[in-house]
Ligand binder design. Sequence first.
Ligand code: UDX
Length: 472
Amino acid sequence: MRIAVIGSGYVGLVAGACFADLGHEVVLVDNDQQKLAALQAGRCPIHEQFLPELLDRHRGQRLQFTDNLQEAVRSSAAIFVAVGTPPTDQGDADLSYVESVAREISGAIDGYKIVVEKSTVPVYTSEWVRKIILRNGAPVDSFDVASNPEFLREGTGVTDFLYPDRIVVGADSERCAAVMREIYAPMTDGSYYKKHDAIPRPDRAQTPPPIIVTSTKSAELIKHASNAFLAMKISFINAVSSICESVGANVQQVCQGIGTDSRIGPRFLNPGIGYGGSCFPKDLMAFRAVARECGYDFRLLDEVIRINEEQRHRFLRKIRNALWTLRGKRIGILGLAFKGGTDDIRESPAILLVQSLLQEGCHLCAYDPAAIERTREVVGNKVEFATNAYDAAAGADALLILTDWEEFATLDLSELKRKMRYPIVIDGRNLYLPETMAARGFSYYSVGREPALADNQSTRASDNPQGATRKA
Ligand code: UDX
């Protein structure tokens, strides 16, 4: 099928490259000339596993790039809209890009086409897109609007797209649903997964994935409700971790105990310094705004957001408790990205903590495998940057672990201790076992578990009978 994807940001680029890999003819549309030039020259603008391979595989063949939206629409049967929906000052989604794209699409409709919302948008957006297209002259039976939300996580976007738990399609006519089914047929009939050069299957993937066809409004709600639920799960376990700290329980054991209930499940139950990124914070605000507009006061979401902010403040208090005063202290920082596996620092709790520590007068030396350049754009030369974890720790009064990069979970602890001024590690991602750290001579503070002090070995061995540390 000939498909146009409008907007070559994170979702558009991943979706476009994956549609090409499924066998479709894709044209990616963007009005950013620099980005287009970079894509045409073979550069991949985001840090995303398998994306460079897919772009190399299909560039100039099944994947074209253009700034000519109308021509792309005329040559396509399905038009996916993946433009930005940034938050306004009030927290609701700014849909002006979606609206202007809908207007432009209208003028190019010259036969039956489907217009598919791929960006995360509030419920009712599909109705508005439909109205705008009609208002600008497209005949009523010449198009349908569908909603096809994406559940991509950054860093694993390509595998999340090609091996999803489910495909959600919101379509209000059978004709439209049939086109959507055809687009995803290589996945739903399993043929893609038999190809010798298919992107490798991740652990836990069930193929073929189910396709869930709903009304467009339900599909729009599914996306917001899914992200809100996941954020709620994280805030829930973060709240439980605070109680664990107060009573001397171990949140890792509590997670194991509740996560094995199949109704709850173990994933997205990792306590830490709070969720960040370009989706959860924005989508929660937008969902709250949507609920308010519909006359429902969704106070649960306020609480999810409040707990998330409080988690960072608790972590700051933990640093203060470990170090007493902060002014003039040299602190090593491991991790700046909002999670491991990405260079994205948008709404990163690590960056917010870095900013608070700078305000407190700390001297910071930070290392992140991918996010240093982006951080430099935000903090300038107020932070020193190291080229590896050990250099970030050199001479430090304490080392903070703020992002769950795999390489931070396998550090050479002897080398680390040798480099530091004082062997104090404050781990916001629970990457180590307290008793291991104490045995290796560290004072170790983590989330929802008792501190393990090197001096008096206060951690009880019975706290972790299986020695289990992190899970999914
Ligand atoms: C999220 C959704 O998972 C995805 O479905 C949606 O399409 C976009 O938003 P992403 O923002 O890439 O994806 O990151 P995700 O892996 O979900 O993590 C979000 C944040 O929550 C990160 O800051 C992460 O560190 C944090 N997190 C996640 C926790 O603190 N604990 C957990 O158990 C899981």
